[in-house]
Design a protein around this ligand. Structure first.
Ligand code: NAD
Length: 453
């Protein structure tokens, strides 16, 4: 769906008018293309003086050899007008609230020199289960991050990676998260904190095709976000089984053919859907490694007007089918070692949304389901996570009345709707064998939507 406003305010009269009237000025975001440089300029790394963690992060960046450009990493900034592709602030070894002051003020001096679609990434530690002083300092870093993300303009984003205390800041899942956040793959991820809770993961032979040799199933793959996920996982090397209802068969076949995968016509609410999916993946492709629960529906009504069919159908497609399919997968010997499951939640499941009690229930259910299933997958090196999109330009959001839609698009720090590819890139990151230390979490892809922060 085209965003005419963004096109209007980026040229000629529209640009001047928007500037004069103080209107939102969204810019086209930098998005991933194969062989593009990781970032758009040098990377400045800030941290406490003599910090060994800061040195480790620098070494980790210098080891990113396959990013189609030499990564130019700087520990110090000369006042030579350098404009930065990214600024990384290492705060993993702070001890007190006072420790935040110097690195953040140094960051402040460079924020205006960040390139369009530039990146700020904080490396932090989780705040829970510490002394009051340390908890306050660590969560203070996250508070600053969320506010800073709202101050950035021109498509720049700020996110954090919170690394568990027992995990080194250069562990593989941290590298995976850092690559994702620095790159254009994370275009619509803003103001978020990615928790890395273990060092589990396997380094892919090639970072530009991390899913090579993997078999993935994507439900609801005939259109919208699901089609983008199927195409993105295939681009990253996976063999994809595209699942959708028989009524969507024609579109489904097109997607499956385009990516040289297979189509499976299936209503995921059928009781043996899990078994059917597994059988198809195993007989046609020799196994199943990645499952993306994307199929979802809306049947909006105020609760006062909600009928049984609207309530039950949304819960059945968006949540109960996922629970049942996961049970079947986990009970089967054919499901791979180190599996990856990724579910589609929604910011409506975090903040609630008028007219969406059924949808909000289903998506909040998904968020709790992944948290509760994570410990079952961890012993086999597997992960389950959710992705919560905000406003994404699809057939689903095209149904929203014009004025509501136009407002909803602007209510985030990037002042525009996301694209299906933004959700797909985030799912591909979580599906990577290198992302094994990220488990049971919900990652928002919402441009830092103002609802449900
Ligand atoms: P969409 O309506 O464009 O596509 C959904 C697909 O799921 C369709 O192809 C449909 O046929 C399929 N599907 C529905 N019921 C099914 C069933 N019983 N069995 C198999 N397939 C079924 O939706 P979308 O906008 O691409 O959304 C995809 C997912 O992202 C959904 O889970 C949705 O809730 C979530 N989401 C979307 C947005 C957004 O802004 N579009 C925001 C938050 C979350």
């Amino acid at each position: 769906m085209s965003d005419n406003y963004t096109q209007f305010v980026n040229k000629g009269l529209g640009k001047a008018l928007a500037h004069k009237l103080g209107l939102p000025q969204p810019v086209p975001l930098r998005r991933y293309t194969p062989e593009q440089p990781l970032v758009t300029g040098p990377i400045l790394v800030l941290g406490l003086p003599d910090s060994s963690d800061t040195q480790r992060v620098c070494d980790q960046l210098l080891a990113l050899t396959d990013t189609h450009t030499d990564v130019d990493v700087r520990r110090h900034s000369e006042s030579d007008g350098t404009s930065w592709g990214a600024i990384i602030v290492v705060l993993s070894d702070i001890h007190s609230v006072g420790d935040l002051s110097a690195p953040l003020r140094e960051l402040g001096a460079h924020v205006r020199s960040l390139n369009p679609s530039g990146r700020i990434v904080f490396i932090t530690r989780p705040h829970a289960d510490n002394t009051p002083e340390l908890s306050a300092a660590r969560n203070g870093a996250h508070g600053a991050l969320r506010s800073l993300a709202k101050e950035l303009r021109r498509g720049a984003t700020a996110n954090a990676i919170a690394v568990a205390d027992e995990v080194d800041v250069d562990a593989l899942p941290v590298t995976s998260a850092l690559r994702f956040l620095l790159s254009a793959r994370s275009a619509f991820v803003d103001g978020q904190i990615i928790d890395v809770s273990s060092a589990t993961g396997t380094e892919p032979a090639r970072w530009d095709s991390p899913l090579a040799g993997k078999v993935a199933v994507v439900t609801g793959a005939a259109q919208g976000i699901g089609a983008a996920i199927a195409r993105t996982l295939a681009r990253d090397g996976a063999t994809v089984v595209a699942v959708d209802v028989p009524a969507a068969g024609e579109n489904l076949a097109r997607v499956a053919n385009d990516i040289e995968g297979t189509a499976l016509q299936l209503d995921i609410t059928t009781l043996d859907a899990g078994k059917t999916i597994l059988e198809h993946a195993v007989t046609r492709h020799g196994g199943l490694d990645i499952v993306v629960h994307n199929a979802g529906i809306t049947r909006d009504k105020l609760l006062a007007n909600m009928d049984e069919a609207r309530w039950d159908s949304v819960l059945a497609v968006n949540l109960e089918s996922q629970l049942r399919i996961n049970d079947a997968l986990l009970a089967s010997d054919s499901f791979t070692e180190s599996p990856r499951i990724i579910s589609l939640a929604s910011t409506s499941g975090i903040a609630g949304n008028r007219g969406q009690t059924n949808y909000g229930a289903s998506k909040a259910g998904v968020i709790a389901m992944v948290a509760a299933t994570a410990p079952l997958l961890a012993p086999r090196g597997g992960t389950i996570n959710a992705v919560a999109p905000g406003f994404i330009e699809t057939a689903m959001t095209a149904k929203i009345p014009f004025a509501t839609r136009e407002v909803a698009r602007r209510l985030n720090s990037l002042q525009q709707g996301g694209q299906p590819i933004d959700v797909a890139e985030t799912i591909a990151f979580l599906a990577s064998p290198a992302s094994g230390g990220i488990n049971g979490r919900t990652l928002r892809v919402c441009g830092q939507n103002v609802v449900g922060a």
